[in-house]
Design a protein around this ligand. Structure first.
Ligand SMILES: Nc1ncnc2c1ncn2[C@@H]1O[C@H](COP(=O)(O)OP(=O)(O)OP(=O)(O)O)[C@@H](O)[C@H]1O
Length: 569
Protein backbone atom coordinates (compact mmCIF):
# COMPACT_ATOMS: atom_id res chain seq x y z
CA UNK A 1 0.00 0.00 0.00
CA UNK A 2 2.20 2.80 -1.21
CA UNK A 3 1.24 6.46 -1.08
CA UNK A 4 0.68 6.37 -4.84
CA UNK A 5 -1.76 3.50 -4.60
CA UNK A 6 -3.65 5.47 -2.02
CA UNK A 7 -3.82 8.61 -4.12
CA UNK A 8 -5.25 6.70 -7.07
CA UNK A 9 -8.23 5.46 -5.11
CA UNK A 10 -11.45 7.45 -5.65
CA UNK A 11 -13.13 7.76 -2.29
CA UNK A 12 -14.45 10.85 -0.60
CA UNK A 13 -16.15 11.98 2.56
CA UNK A 14 -19.22 13.21 0.67
CA UNK A 15 -19.68 9.87 -1.09
CA UNK A 16 -19.35 8.15 2.28
CA UNK A 17 -22.18 10.28 3.73
CA UNK A 18 -24.24 9.98 0.57
CA UNK A 19 -24.00 6.22 0.49
CA UNK A 20 -25.02 6.06 4.16
CA UNK A 21 -28.24 8.03 3.81
CA UNK A 22 -28.82 9.78 0.45
CA UNK A 23 -32.30 11.06 1.36
CA UNK A 24 -31.33 12.56 4.70
CA UNK A 25 -28.20 14.08 3.20
CA UNK A 26 -30.19 15.72 0.38
CA UNK A 27 -32.67 17.11 2.93
CA UNK A 28 -29.85 18.39 5.15
CA UNK A 29 -28.02 19.97 2.22
CA UNK A 30 -31.24 21.56 0.95
CA UNK A 31 -31.92 23.05 4.38
CA UNK A 32 -28.29 24.19 4.50
CA UNK A 33 -28.70 25.75 1.07
CA UNK A 34 -31.83 27.51 2.29
CA UNK A 35 -29.88 28.82 5.25
CA UNK A 36 -27.14 30.04 2.87
CA UNK A 37 -29.80 31.75 0.76
CA UNK A 38 -31.14 33.64 3.78
CA UNK A 39 -27.59 34.45 4.86
CA UNK A 40 -27.07 36.08 1.49
CA UNK A 41 -30.18 38.22 2.01
CA UNK A 42 -28.73 39.95 5.07
CA UNK A 43 -26.58 42.45 3.15
CA UNK A 44 -29.19 43.36 0.51
CA UNK A 45 -31.74 43.95 3.31
CA UNK A 46 -29.32 46.20 5.23
CA UNK A 47 -28.13 48.06 2.11
CA UNK A 48 -31.70 48.53 0.94
CA UNK A 49 -32.74 49.82 4.35
CA UNK A 50 -29.82 52.27 4.53
CA UNK A 51 -30.54 53.58 1.03
CA UNK A 52 -34.24 54.08 1.84
CA UNK A 53 -33.34 55.98 5.00
CA UNK A 54 -30.75 58.10 3.22
CA UNK A 55 -33.24 59.19 0.56
CA UNK A 56 -35.76 60.19 3.22
CA UNK A 57 -33.43 61.45 5.90
CA UNK A 58 -35.65 64.14 7.41
CA UNK A 59 -38.56 61.76 7.85
CA UNK A 60 -36.33 59.14 9.30
CA UNK A 61 -34.86 61.56 11.85
CA UNK A 62 -38.33 62.64 12.85
CA UNK A 63 -39.46 59.07 13.21
CA UNK A 64 -36.57 58.34 15.58
CA UNK A 65 -38.02 60.81 18.06
CA UNK A 66 -41.73 60.49 17.38
CA UNK A 67 -42.24 56.79 16.88
CA UNK A 68 -42.53 54.41 19.81
CA UNK A 69 -42.22 51.37 17.49
CA UNK A 70 -39.88 48.74 18.89
CA UNK A 71 -38.55 48.03 15.37
CA UNK A 72 -38.23 50.81 12.88
CA UNK A 73 -39.99 50.00 9.59
CA UNK A 74 -40.77 46.77 7.70
CA UNK A 75 -37.12 46.16 6.79
CA UNK A 76 -36.39 45.63 10.48
CA UNK A 77 -38.99 42.88 10.75
CA UNK A 78 -37.74 41.28 7.53
CA UNK A 79 -34.19 41.48 8.87
CA UNK A 80 -34.95 39.82 12.20
CA UNK A 81 -37.20 37.24 10.57
CA UNK A 82 -34.34 36.38 8.20
CA UNK A 83 -31.95 36.02 11.14
CA UNK A 84 -34.39 33.70 12.92
CA UNK A 85 -34.84 31.60 9.75
CA UNK A 86 -31.04 31.38 9.45
CA UNK A 87 -30.82 30.27 13.06
CA UNK A 88 -33.26 27.39 12.58
CA UNK A 89 -32.22 26.29 9.08
CA UNK A 90 -28.50 26.37 9.84
CA UNK A 91 -28.96 24.57 13.15
CA UNK A 92 -31.23 21.96 11.51
CA UNK A 93 -28.79 21.36 8.67
CA UNK A 94 -25.74 21.15 10.92
CA UNK A 95 -27.48 18.85 13.43
CA UNK A 96 -28.83 16.63 10.65
CA UNK A 97 -25.48 16.25 8.84
CA UNK A 98 -23.72 15.83 12.17
CA UNK A 99 -26.07 12.91 12.93
CA UNK A 100 -25.49 11.40 9.48
CA UNK A 101 -21.74 11.87 9.85
CA UNK A 102 -21.68 10.29 13.31
CA UNK A 103 -23.76 7.30 12.17
CA UNK A 104 -21.79 6.94 8.91
CA UNK A 105 -18.46 6.97 10.75
CA UNK A 106 -19.77 4.50 13.36
CA UNK A 107 -20.84 2.27 10.47
CA UNK A 108 -17.46 2.81 8.81
CA UNK A 109 -15.74 1.75 12.04
CA UNK A 110 -17.90 -1.36 12.23
CA UNK A 111 -17.16 -2.14 8.58
CA UNK A 112 -13.42 -1.87 9.24
CA UNK A 113 -13.87 -4.19 12.23
CA UNK A 114 -15.69 -6.72 10.00
CA UNK A 115 -13.14 -6.28 7.22
CA UNK A 116 -10.25 -6.90 9.62
CA UNK A 117 -12.15 -9.87 11.04
CA UNK A 118 -12.48 -11.35 7.56
CA UNK A 119 -8.84 -10.66 6.56
CA UNK A 120 -6.45 -13.54 6.16
CA UNK A 121 -4.14 -13.76 9.15
CA UNK A 122 -1.01 -13.48 7.04
CA UNK A 123 -2.43 -10.30 5.44
CA UNK A 124 -3.13 -8.90 8.90
CA UNK A 125 0.48 -9.58 9.84
CA UNK A 126 1.60 -7.92 6.60
CA UNK A 127 -0.39 -4.72 7.25
CA UNK A 128 0.74 -4.71 10.87
CA UNK A 129 -1.38 -4.62 14.00
CA UNK A 130 -0.40 -1.03 14.78
CA UNK A 131 -1.60 0.23 11.43
CA UNK A 132 -4.87 -1.66 11.80
CA UNK A 133 -5.35 -0.11 15.22
CA UNK A 134 -4.51 3.31 13.81
CA UNK A 135 -7.12 2.92 11.07
CA UNK A 136 -9.75 2.16 13.68
CA UNK A 137 -8.85 5.07 15.91
CA UNK A 138 -7.09 8.07 14.34
CA UNK A 139 -8.19 7.59 10.75
CA UNK A 140 -11.85 7.08 11.60
CA UNK A 141 -11.65 10.19 13.82
CA UNK A 142 -10.19 12.24 10.94
CA UNK A 143 -13.03 11.10 8.69
CA UNK A 144 -15.57 12.07 11.37
CA UNK A 145 -13.98 15.52 11.86
CA UNK A 146 -14.11 16.18 8.13
CA UNK A 147 -17.66 14.88 7.74
CA UNK A 148 -19.18 17.14 10.39
CA UNK A 149 -17.79 20.19 8.55
CA UNK A 150 -19.79 19.50 5.41
CA UNK A 151 -22.99 21.40 6.38
CA UNK A 152 -20.96 24.49 7.28
CA UNK A 153 -19.34 24.32 3.84
CA UNK A 154 -22.75 23.97 2.17
CA UNK A 155 -24.13 27.00 4.03
CA UNK A 156 -21.03 28.99 3.10
CA UNK A 157 -21.12 27.99 -0.59
CA UNK A 158 -24.78 28.93 -0.94
CA UNK A 159 -24.17 32.22 0.89
CA UNK A 160 -21.37 33.01 -1.58
CA UNK A 161 -23.59 32.09 -4.56
CA UNK A 162 -26.34 34.31 -3.13
CA UNK A 163 -23.93 37.21 -2.69
CA UNK A 164 -22.66 36.71 -6.24
CA UNK A 165 -26.23 36.94 -7.52
CA UNK A 166 -26.64 40.16 -5.54
CA UNK A 167 -23.42 41.51 -7.04
CA UNK A 168 -24.63 40.56 -10.50
CA UNK A 169 -27.85 42.52 -9.93
CA UNK A 170 -25.86 45.49 -8.62
CA UNK A 171 -23.19 45.63 -11.31
CA UNK A 172 -22.34 43.00 -13.92
CA UNK A 173 -18.77 44.33 -14.49
CA UNK A 174 -17.97 44.05 -10.80
CA UNK A 175 -19.55 40.58 -10.80
CA UNK A 176 -17.27 39.50 -13.68
CA UNK A 177 -14.19 40.89 -11.92
CA UNK A 178 -15.11 39.09 -8.71
CA UNK A 179 -15.72 35.77 -10.52
CA UNK A 180 -12.34 35.96 -12.29
CA UNK A 181 -10.65 36.82 -8.97
CA UNK A 182 -12.34 33.95 -7.16
CA UNK A 183 -11.28 31.48 -9.88
CA UNK A 184 -7.77 32.85 -9.46
CA UNK A 185 -8.12 32.43 -5.68
CA UNK A 186 -9.25 28.81 -6.05
CA UNK A 187 -6.25 28.03 -8.26
CA UNK A 188 -4.05 29.89 -5.79
CA UNK A 189 -5.35 27.64 -3.04
CA UNK A 190 -5.62 24.33 -4.90
CA UNK A 191 -1.98 24.28 -6.07
CA UNK A 192 -0.52 24.24 -2.54
CA UNK A 193 -3.24 21.80 -1.43
CA UNK A 194 -1.94 19.36 -4.07
CA UNK A 195 1.65 20.05 -3.06
CA UNK A 196 1.10 19.34 0.62
CA UNK A 197 -1.09 16.26 0.13
CA UNK A 198 1.92 13.93 0.13
CA UNK A 199 3.13 15.50 3.40
CA UNK A 200 -0.17 14.65 5.06
CA UNK A 201 0.00 11.09 3.64
CA UNK A 202 3.56 10.66 4.97
CA UNK A 203 2.59 12.16 8.31
CA UNK A 204 -0.18 9.54 8.62
CA UNK A 205 2.39 6.84 7.84
CA UNK A 206 4.55 8.14 10.68
CA UNK A 207 1.56 7.88 12.97
CA UNK A 208 1.55 4.10 12.28
CA UNK A 209 5.17 3.99 13.46
CA UNK A 210 4.23 6.01 16.55
CA UNK A 211 1.33 3.64 17.24
CA UNK A 212 3.79 0.70 17.15
CA UNK A 213 6.04 2.65 19.52
CA UNK A 214 3.14 3.22 21.89
CA UNK A 215 2.38 -0.51 21.87
CA UNK A 216 5.95 -1.19 22.95
CA UNK A 217 5.73 1.54 25.61
CA UNK A 218 2.71 -0.13 27.20
CA UNK A 219 3.36 -3.83 26.58
CA UNK A 220 7.09 -3.47 27.16
CA UNK A 221 6.65 -1.38 30.32
CA UNK A 222 8.15 -4.10 32.52
CA UNK A 223 11.34 -4.27 30.44
CA UNK A 224 11.61 -0.49 30.03
CA UNK A 225 11.17 0.17 33.76
CA UNK A 226 14.35 -1.77 34.52
CA UNK A 227 16.62 0.04 32.12
CA UNK A 228 16.53 3.82 32.04
CA UNK A 229 18.93 4.03 29.13
CA UNK A 230 16.98 1.53 27.05
CA UNK A 231 13.76 3.31 27.97
CA UNK A 232 15.20 6.72 26.98
CA UNK A 233 16.54 5.40 23.68
CA UNK A 234 13.33 3.54 22.94
CA UNK A 235 11.17 6.61 23.52
CA UNK A 236 13.53 8.75 21.47
CA UNK A 237 13.81 6.40 18.48
CA UNK A 238 10.37 4.82 18.35
CA UNK A 239 8.15 7.67 19.51
CA UNK A 240 9.90 11.04 19.74
CA UNK A 241 11.71 11.05 16.38
CA UNK A 242 8.72 9.80 14.32
CA UNK A 243 6.51 12.23 16.29
CA UNK A 244 8.85 15.12 15.52
CA UNK A 245 9.02 14.12 11.85
CA UNK A 246 5.25 13.80 11.62
CA UNK A 247 4.73 17.13 13.43
CA UNK A 248 7.29 18.82 11.16
CA UNK A 249 5.52 17.54 8.05
CA UNK A 250 2.14 18.63 9.38
CA UNK A 251 3.44 22.04 10.47
CA UNK A 252 4.94 22.58 7.03
CA UNK A 253 1.77 21.46 5.27
CA UNK A 254 -0.46 23.46 7.64
CA UNK A 255 1.78 26.49 7.16
CA UNK A 256 1.47 26.34 3.37
CA UNK A 257 -2.29 25.89 3.64
CA UNK A 258 -2.69 28.72 6.17
CA UNK A 259 -0.57 31.02 4.00
CA UNK A 260 -2.56 30.33 0.88
CA UNK A 261 -5.83 30.41 2.85
CA UNK A 262 -4.91 33.83 4.20
CA UNK A 263 -3.94 34.99 0.70
CA UNK A 264 -7.21 33.69 -0.72
CA UNK A 265 -9.06 35.07 2.29
CA UNK A 266 -7.66 38.55 1.67
CA UNK A 267 -8.80 38.35 -1.92
CA UNK A 268 -11.91 40.32 -0.94
CA UNK A 269 -9.72 43.24 0.19
CA UNK A 270 -7.69 43.14 -3.02
CA UNK A 271 -10.91 43.26 -5.02
CA UNK A 272 -12.30 46.08 -2.85
CA UNK A 273 -9.05 48.04 -3.25
CA UNK A 274 -9.17 47.45 -6.99
CA UNK A 275 -12.80 48.62 -7.22
CA UNK A 276 -12.28 51.70 -5.03
CA UNK A 277 -8.83 52.84 -6.11
CA UNK A 278 -8.11 51.42 -9.56
CA UNK A 279 -11.32 50.73 -11.48
CA UNK A 280 -12.76 54.30 -11.32
CA UNK A 281 -9.74 55.54 -13.31
CA UNK A 282 -10.68 53.28 -16.26
CA UNK A 283 -14.43 52.85 -16.30
CA UNK A 284 -17.21 54.93 -14.76
CA UNK A 285 -18.08 53.37 -11.43
CA UNK A 286 -21.46 54.30 -9.97
CA UNK A 287 -20.76 55.64 -6.46
CA UNK A 288 -24.28 54.81 -5.14
CA UNK A 289 -23.68 51.09 -5.71
CA UNK A 290 -20.26 51.05 -4.11
CA UNK A 291 -21.54 50.73 -0.50
CA UNK A 292 -23.60 47.64 -1.39
CA UNK A 293 -20.74 46.10 -3.40
CA UNK A 294 -18.17 46.70 -0.70
CA UNK A 295 -20.44 45.36 2.03
CA UNK A 296 -21.16 42.28 -0.08
CA UNK A 297 -17.45 41.68 -0.67
CA UNK A 298 -16.64 42.10 3.02
CA UNK A 299 -19.48 39.75 3.86
CA UNK A 300 -18.23 37.09 1.41
CA UNK A 301 -14.85 37.00 3.20
CA UNK A 302 -16.45 35.14 6.16
CA UNK A 303 -17.83 32.14 4.23
CA UNK A 304 -14.67 31.99 2.09
CA UNK A 305 -12.56 31.77 5.26
CA UNK A 306 -14.87 29.06 6.60
CA UNK A 307 -14.54 26.96 3.44
CA UNK A 308 -10.79 27.34 3.28
CA UNK A 309 -10.51 26.47 6.97
CA UNK A 310 -12.46 23.27 6.37
CA UNK A 311 -10.32 22.26 3.36
CA UNK A 312 -7.56 21.02 5.68
CA UNK A 313 -9.96 18.80 7.62
CA UNK A 314 -11.42 17.53 4.33
CA UNK A 315 -7.99 16.80 2.90
CA UNK A 316 -6.90 14.88 6.01
CA UNK A 317 -10.29 13.13 6.15
CA UNK A 318 -10.02 12.04 2.52
CA UNK A 319 -6.47 10.75 3.06
CA UNK A 320 -7.69 8.79 6.10
CA UNK A 321 -10.57 7.39 4.05
CA UNK A 322 -8.18 6.27 1.32
CA UNK A 323 -6.00 4.52 3.89
CA UNK A 324 -9.09 2.76 5.19
CA UNK A 325 -10.21 1.76 1.68
CA UNK A 326 -6.72 0.46 0.91
CA UNK A 327 -7.67 -2.52 3.10
CA UNK A 328 -9.90 -3.57 0.22
CA UNK A 329 -6.90 -4.62 -1.83
CA UNK A 330 -6.61 -7.59 0.52
CA UNK A 331 -9.10 -10.26 -0.42
CA UNK A 332 -11.22 -11.19 2.55
CA UNK A 333 -11.79 -14.81 3.26
CA UNK A 334 -14.86 -16.26 1.62
CA UNK A 335 -17.28 -17.80 4.02
CA UNK A 336 -19.94 -20.07 2.57
CA UNK A 337 -23.45 -19.63 3.89
CA UNK A 338 -23.81 -23.36 4.10
CA UNK A 339 -25.14 -24.12 7.55
CA UNK A 340 -24.60 -27.85 7.06
CA UNK A 341 -21.92 -29.05 9.45
CA UNK A 342 -18.80 -30.72 8.11
CA UNK A 343 -19.36 -34.47 7.63
CA UNK A 344 -17.85 -36.87 10.15
CA UNK A 345 -14.22 -37.68 9.33
CA UNK A 346 -11.48 -40.12 10.30
CA UNK A 347 -8.27 -38.80 8.78
CA UNK A 348 -6.93 -35.28 8.47
CA UNK A 349 -4.53 -35.16 5.57
CA UNK A 350 -1.86 -32.58 4.89
CA UNK A 351 -0.61 -33.08 1.32
CA UNK A 352 2.49 -31.32 0.00
CA UNK A 353 1.77 -28.18 2.00
CA UNK A 354 4.36 -25.40 1.77
CA UNK A 355 4.50 -21.82 2.99
CA UNK A 356 6.70 -18.77 2.57
CA UNK A 357 6.51 -15.66 4.72
CA UNK A 358 6.50 -12.60 2.55
CA UNK A 359 8.79 -9.95 3.87
CA UNK A 360 9.51 -6.50 2.48
CA UNK A 361 12.75 -6.29 4.42
CA UNK A 362 14.32 -9.68 3.79
CA UNK A 363 14.47 -11.55 0.50
CA UNK A 364 15.52 -14.75 2.22
CA UNK A 365 12.38 -14.96 4.39
CA UNK A 366 11.66 -18.32 5.98
CA UNK A 367 9.93 -20.96 3.92
CA UNK A 368 8.43 -24.25 4.93
CA UNK A 369 9.27 -26.97 2.40
CA UNK A 370 6.39 -29.21 1.24
CA UNK A 371 5.10 -31.33 4.12
CA UNK A 372 2.86 -34.40 3.75
CA UNK A 373 1.31 -35.97 6.84
CA UNK A 374 -1.76 -38.00 7.60
CA UNK A 375 -3.35 -37.57 11.03
CA UNK A 376 -6.13 -39.64 12.48
CA UNK A 377 -8.58 -39.29 15.31
CA UNK A 378 -7.58 -40.62 18.72
CA UNK A 379 -3.99 -39.80 17.93
CA UNK A 380 -1.51 -37.77 19.94
CA UNK A 381 1.18 -36.15 17.76
CA UNK A 382 4.15 -34.17 19.01
CA UNK A 383 5.87 -31.80 16.60
CA UNK A 384 9.45 -31.44 17.78
CA UNK A 385 12.56 -29.65 16.57
CA UNK A 386 14.89 -26.77 17.30
CA UNK A 387 13.98 -23.11 17.57
CA UNK A 388 12.98 -21.64 14.24
CA UNK A 389 12.66 -25.06 12.63
CA UNK A 390 9.10 -24.27 11.49
CA UNK A 391 7.00 -26.09 14.12
CA UNK A 392 4.62 -23.17 14.76
CA UNK A 393 4.43 -22.31 11.06
CA UNK A 394 3.41 -25.89 10.29
CA UNK A 395 0.88 -25.78 13.16
CA UNK A 396 -0.66 -22.60 11.79
CA UNK A 397 -1.08 -24.31 8.42
CA UNK A 398 -2.61 -27.39 10.06
CA UNK A 399 -4.97 -25.17 12.11
CA UNK A 400 -6.00 -23.44 8.84
CA UNK A 401 -4.90 -20.02 10.13
CA UNK A 402 -2.39 -19.64 7.32
CA UNK A 403 -3.31 -20.68 3.82
CA UNK A 404 -0.64 -22.72 2.12
CA UNK A 405 1.14 -21.55 -1.04
CA UNK A 406 1.12 -25.08 -2.42
CA UNK A 407 -0.57 -28.32 -1.48
CA UNK A 408 -3.89 -29.08 0.13
CA UNK A 409 -5.50 -30.13 3.37
CA UNK A 410 -8.29 -32.70 3.42
CA UNK A 411 -10.78 -34.11 5.88
CA UNK A 412 -10.76 -37.70 4.55
CA UNK A 413 -11.19 -36.95 0.84
CA UNK A 414 -12.82 -33.55 1.24
CA UNK A 415 -10.45 -30.75 0.24
CA UNK A 416 -10.54 -27.70 2.50
CA UNK A 417 -11.11 -24.70 0.25
CA UNK A 418 -12.71 -21.28 0.46
CA UNK A 419 -16.18 -22.76 0.40
CA UNK A 420 -15.77 -24.84 3.56
CA UNK A 421 -12.80 -23.37 5.42
CA UNK A 422 -15.01 -21.59 7.97
CA UNK A 423 -16.81 -24.84 8.82
CA UNK A 424 -13.52 -26.72 8.87
CA UNK A 425 -12.00 -24.21 11.30
CA UNK A 426 -14.89 -24.71 13.66
CA UNK A 427 -13.59 -28.23 14.23
CA UNK A 428 -10.25 -26.94 15.49
CA UNK A 429 -9.12 -25.40 18.75
CA UNK A 430 -5.64 -24.00 19.36
CA UNK A 431 -3.56 -22.49 22.10
CA UNK A 432 -0.56 -20.72 20.59
CA UNK A 433 2.16 -19.09 22.61
CA UNK A 434 0.62 -15.63 21.99
CA UNK A 435 -2.96 -16.73 22.73
CA UNK A 436 -5.64 -14.28 23.86
CA UNK A 437 -7.76 -15.19 26.81
CA UNK A 438 -11.40 -14.07 26.52
CA UNK A 439 -13.17 -13.73 29.85
CA UNK A 440 -16.44 -15.03 28.41
CA UNK A 441 -17.37 -18.36 26.85
CA UNK A 442 -19.03 -17.32 23.61
CA UNK A 443 -21.29 -20.34 23.40
CA UNK A 444 -24.56 -21.39 24.95
CA UNK A 445 -23.82 -23.39 28.05
CA UNK A 446 -25.92 -26.25 29.26
CA UNK A 447 -25.77 -27.73 32.73
CA UNK A 448 -23.16 -30.30 31.76
CA UNK A 449 -20.88 -27.53 30.39
CA UNK A 450 -21.11 -25.68 33.70
CA UNK A 451 -20.36 -28.91 35.56
CA UNK A 452 -17.41 -29.51 33.22
CA UNK A 453 -16.09 -25.96 33.81
CA UNK A 454 -16.27 -26.45 37.57
CA UNK A 455 -14.61 -29.86 37.27
CA UNK A 456 -11.70 -28.43 35.27
CA UNK A 457 -11.42 -25.37 37.53
CA UNK A 458 -10.91 -27.82 40.37
CA UNK A 459 -8.57 -30.25 38.58
CA UNK A 460 -6.46 -27.49 37.00
CA UNK A 461 -5.98 -25.81 40.38
CA UNK A 462 -8.02 -22.73 39.49
CA UNK A 463 -10.77 -23.03 42.08
CA UNK A 464 -10.74 -20.00 44.32
CA UNK A 465 -8.61 -18.11 41.76
CA UNK A 466 -11.46 -17.45 39.35
CA UNK A 467 -15.10 -18.42 39.22
CA UNK A 468 -17.50 -19.04 36.40
CA UNK A 469 -20.61 -16.86 36.77
CA UNK A 470 -23.24 -16.17 34.07
CA UNK A 471 -20.95 -17.30 31.28
CA UNK A 472 -18.01 -15.15 32.50
CA UNK A 473 -14.88 -15.93 34.40
CA UNK A 474 -14.86 -13.51 37.31
CA UNK A 475 -11.22 -12.64 36.61
CA UNK A 476 -8.50 -13.46 34.09
CA UNK A 477 -5.87 -11.59 36.13
CA UNK A 478 -3.94 -14.70 37.02
CA UNK A 479 -0.37 -15.93 36.90
CA UNK A 480 1.01 -16.94 33.47
CA UNK A 481 0.69 -20.63 34.26
CA UNK A 482 -2.83 -20.17 35.64
CA UNK A 483 -3.92 -18.15 32.60
CA UNK A 484 -2.62 -20.86 30.32
CA UNK A 485 -4.55 -23.46 32.32
CA UNK A 486 -7.68 -21.33 32.00
CA UNK A 487 -7.09 -21.16 28.23
CA UNK A 488 -6.85 -24.96 28.22
CA UNK A 489 -10.11 -25.18 30.16
CA UNK A 490 -11.85 -22.96 27.59
CA UNK A 491 -10.48 -25.08 24.73
CA UNK A 492 -11.70 -28.28 26.37
CA UNK A 493 -15.18 -26.84 26.93
CA UNK A 494 -15.32 -25.86 23.23
CA UNK A 495 -15.27 -29.59 22.46
CA UNK A 496 -13.63 -29.55 19.02
CA UNK A 497 -12.29 -32.46 16.95
CA UNK A 498 -8.71 -31.24 16.56
CA UNK A 499 -6.57 -29.67 19.27
CA UNK A 500 -3.26 -27.93 18.70
CA UNK A 501 -1.17 -26.86 21.69
CA UNK A 502 1.96 -24.83 20.98
CA UNK A 503 4.32 -25.18 23.98
CA UNK A 504 1.33 -25.24 26.33
CA UNK A 505 3.16 -26.98 29.13
CA UNK A 506 6.37 -24.93 28.89
CA UNK A 507 5.68 -22.75 31.95
CA UNK A 508 3.62 -25.19 34.02
CA UNK A 509 4.58 -26.65 37.37
CA UNK A 510 5.68 -30.31 37.21
CA UNK A 511 2.35 -31.20 38.82
CA UNK A 512 0.34 -29.64 35.99
CA UNK A 513 2.73 -30.89 33.31
CA UNK A 514 1.98 -34.36 34.61
CA UNK A 515 -1.76 -33.70 34.61
CA UNK A 516 -1.52 -32.41 31.03
CA UNK A 517 0.58 -35.22 29.59
CA UNK A 518 -0.72 -38.12 31.69
CA UNK A 519 -4.38 -37.24 32.24
CA UNK A 520 -5.64 -34.64 29.81
CA UNK A 521 -3.99 -35.94 26.64
CA UNK A 522 -5.04 -39.58 27.24
CA UNK A 523 -8.60 -38.43 28.03
CA UNK A 524 -8.67 -36.49 24.76
CA UNK A 525 -7.40 -39.56 22.92
CA UNK A 526 -10.17 -41.61 24.54
CA UNK A 527 -12.66 -38.93 23.44
CA UNK A 528 -11.63 -39.50 19.81
CA UNK A 529 -9.77 -36.18 19.45
CA UNK A 530 -6.82 -35.56 17.17
CA UNK A 531 -4.17 -33.85 19.31
CA UNK A 532 -1.08 -32.04 18.00
CA UNK A 533 1.37 -30.76 20.58
CA UNK A 534 4.37 -28.58 19.75
CA UNK A 535 6.87 -29.41 22.45
CA UNK A 536 10.48 -29.28 23.56
CA UNK A 537 9.65 -31.37 26.62
CA UNK A 538 11.61 -34.54 25.71
CA UNK A 539 10.81 -36.15 29.09
CA UNK A 540 7.24 -36.50 27.88
CA UNK A 541 7.89 -37.54 24.28
CA UNK A 542 6.88 -41.06 25.31
CA UNK A 543 3.31 -39.79 25.77
CA UNK A 544 3.02 -39.24 22.02
CA UNK A 545 1.67 -41.76 19.55
CA UNK A 546 3.84 -40.10 16.96
CA UNK A 547 6.79 -37.72 16.93
CA UNK A 548 7.14 -35.43 13.92
CA UNK A 549 10.63 -33.96 13.56
CA UNK A 550 11.20 -30.57 11.97
CA UNK A 551 14.52 -28.99 11.00
CA UNK A 552 15.23 -25.87 8.94
CA UNK A 553 11.67 -25.67 7.63
CA UNK A 554 11.64 -29.32 6.60
CA UNK A 555 9.92 -32.42 7.84
CA UNK A 556 12.94 -34.61 8.56
CA UNK A 557 11.44 -37.65 10.22
CA UNK A 558 8.49 -39.37 11.81
CA UNK A 559 8.65 -41.82 14.68
CA UNK A 560 5.50 -43.60 15.65
CA UNK A 561 4.60 -45.96 18.52
CA UNK A 562 2.74 -48.24 16.16
CA UNK A 563 5.91 -48.58 14.07
CA UNK A 564 7.97 -49.19 17.21
CA UNK A 565 5.56 -51.81 18.48
CA UNK A 566 5.43 -53.27 15.00
CA UNK A 567 9.24 -53.53 14.87
CA UNK A 568 9.30 -54.87 18.42
CA UNK A 569 6.89 -57.63 17.39
N1 LIG B 1 5.09 -13.69 11.25
C1 LIG B 1 6.23 -14.01 10.66
N2 LIG B 1 6.67 -13.30 9.59
C2 LIG B 1 7.82 -13.61 8.97
N3 LIG B 1 8.63 -14.64 9.35
C3 LIG B 1 8.24 -15.38 10.40
C4 LIG B 1 7.03 -15.10 11.12
N4 LIG B 1 6.92 -16.01 12.10
C5 LIG B 1 8.01 -16.80 12.02
N5 LIG B 1 8.79 -16.43 11.01
C6 LIG B 1 10.04 -17.08 10.56
O1 LIG B 1 9.77 -18.45 10.46
C7 LIG B 1 10.79 -19.20 11.08
C8 LIG B 1 10.14 -20.40 11.78
O2 LIG B 1 9.36 -19.92 12.84
P1 LIG B 1 8.46 -20.86 13.72
O3 LIG B 1 7.75 -20.00 14.69
O4 LIG B 1 7.64 -21.71 12.83
O5 LIG B 1 9.58 -21.75 14.44
P2 LIG B 1 9.44 -22.75 15.64
O6 LIG B 1 10.03 -24.02 15.20
O7 LIG B 1 8.05 -22.78 16.15
O8 LIG B 1 10.40 -22.06 16.69
P3 LIG B 1 10.33 -22.02 18.30
O9 LIG B 1 10.70 -23.35 18.81
O10 LIG B 1 11.35 -21.00 18.64
O11 LIG B 1 8.94 -21.60 18.67
C9 LIG B 1 11.50 -18.27 12.03
O12 LIG B 1 12.88 -18.51 11.95
C10 LIG B 1 11.16 -16.90 11.54
O13 LIG B 1 12.26 -16.41 10.81
Amino acid sequence: MSSNDLNNKKVSITSLLFSYSPKLLIIAVTIGALSGFFYSLIIPIIVNSIQVKASDEVEVNASYFQSYDFINGNEGWVFFLTVIIILFTKAASVILVNNIAKSATAELKLNIVKRINSMKLDDMEKVGFSRLLNLLTEDVLSVANAAVGIPVIVVSIVTIIGMFSYLFILNSIVFAIVIVSVIFGIILYQTPVRLVRSSYVKSREFSDVIQEGLRGLIFGAFELKLDRNKSKNYIKEEIEIPLLKSTKLEKMADGVLHLSATASDLLSFFIIGFLVFVLPSYIPFPKEESAGIIMALLYIAGPIATILGMFRELEIGNIALKRIHALECFDGELYCNDSQPLPEWNTYNVKGVSYKYSSKKFDNSFSLKPVSLSFSRSQINFIVGGNGSGKSTLSKLISLHYQCNEGEILFDNMIVDESNIALARERISVIYSDYYLFSKLYKKQNLSDIEKVNFYLESLGLSGKTDFVNGYFTTTKLSDGQRRRLALLVALIEDKDIYIFDEWAADQDPEFKKIFYHQILPTMKKDNKLVIVVSHDDRYFKCADRLIFMDGGELVGIESKEKESATMI
